[in-house]
Design a protein around this ligand. Structure first.
Ligand SMILES: NC(=O)c1ccc[n+]([C@@H]2O[C@H](COP(=O)([O-])OP(=O)(O)OC[C@H]3O[C@@H](n4cnc5c(N)ncnc54)[C@H](OP(=O)(O)O)[C@@H]3O)[C@@H](O)[C@H]2O)c1
Length: 285
């Protein structure tokens, strides 16, 4: 019988990419989401869908039954639900789950009071086998969060200063997560996943200008103004908080480090920003 891999957060950006890759490899995937009926529309074939909510403990046991491995996309720190996440981890271990692959964010390990760091340490101390993945900001944010700024206004507006960030392509992170779930040699280690170039917003807007054949400018704005723009565009409070957190990472100047974890494990170069733009060009036309 095939082993079941549970994905918590399969409706989110990285969870969905990983689920699709595992299904392509004919693995049996169970999708744990807050709204299984909505998730069924994601067209993830041959998968189970279960209701799962960190704030509803009664949803844990049915989700973990007969599961050997879990991909856990840690909820963003501002949600402050690490106690519930840690309880879910304990219950998973009681149900005989053998491996947790956890996705947090670059630098998570540096702030022991941060909810994502508390979750990482809980996993390490629990004694279960684990793989900790700490990706830098995804290039895909320019396709999702910043899409309309580029498409409609020909600009990238953000409170991100002039600092450099080694953005990583979500597809590399998904490929890495699949290896972490399927190959034993990555176990009980942490990996910081970055692209191969550290770029500031001026360079990124230049790359968009070249690829789209029209001028795209970077507009540095204050946090307050940015928040107002997002509120005015009807963004949900959770998405606004997440985007503000992202901009804080970028302008904090600590996300410019380049690591070779992707190259070592995937045995190829990380995807470059230019390729990310070319592969998604129609989004900004
Ligand atoms: N975006 C980036 O550039 C980036 C880079 C590195 C790391 N990260 C980190 O990655 C994490 C997630 O980011 P993402 O972009 O993948 O987010 P996302 O696309 O919004 O996905 C979040 C997922 O979490 C699930 N979720 C939220 N609250 C839940 C709850 N109470 N119970 C169960 N599931 C819940 C959602 O499932 P439902 O469908 O049930 O709502 C959704 O599938 C964050 O911690 C972020 O800091 C993001």
């Amino acid at each position: 019988m095939k082993e079941t891999i549970l994905i918590i957060g399969a409706s989110g950006s990285i969870g969905l990419e990983v689920a699709n890759r595992l299904i392509e490899k004919e693995k049996h995937v169970r999708i744990a989401v807050r709204d299984p009926e909505k998730a069924k529309k994601l067209k993830l074939n041959n998968s189970d869908f279960v209701h799962f909510e960190y704030t509803k403990e009664e949803t844990f046991k049915p989700a973990f039954e007969k599961v050997k491995k879990i991909l856990l996309v840690s909820p963003p720190s501002f949600l402050n639900i690490h106690k519930q996440v840690n309880k879910a981890i304990d219950d998973a271990i009681k149900e005989k789950v053998k491996l947790i692959v956890n996705i947090s964010a670059m630098g998570t390990e540096n702030d022991t009071k941060d909810p994502m760091c508390i979750i990482e340490n809980h996993i390490i101390n629990s004694g279960i086998d684990y793989v900790l993945l700490r990706p830098n900001c995804y290039m895909q944010n320019f396709k999702d969060l910043f899409r309309d700024f580029i498409k409609d206004d020909d600009e990238i507006s953000a409170p991100a200063e002039d600092t450099k960030t080694s953005f990583v392509d979500l597809r590399d992170v998904a490929d890495f997560a699949v290896q972490a779930l399927l190959k034993a040699n990555l176990k009980n280690k942490s990996y910081t996943l970055t692209g191969s170039q550290a770029l500031n917003m001026h360079v990124i807007s230049f790359l968009f200008t070249e690829a789209l054949n029209r001028e795209i400018n970077y507009r540095k704005i204050s946090e307050e103004k940015f928040k107002k723009i997002l509120q005015g565009s009807g963004w949900s409070q959770v998405t606004i908080e997440g985007t503000m957190q992202l901009c804080n990472y970028i302008k904090g100047n600590s996300n410019s480090q380049i690591t070779d974890d992707i190259k070592k494990v995937l045995k190829r170069e990380p995807i470059k920003f230019q390729k990310f733009i070319m592969d998604n060009l129609k989004n900004w036309k």
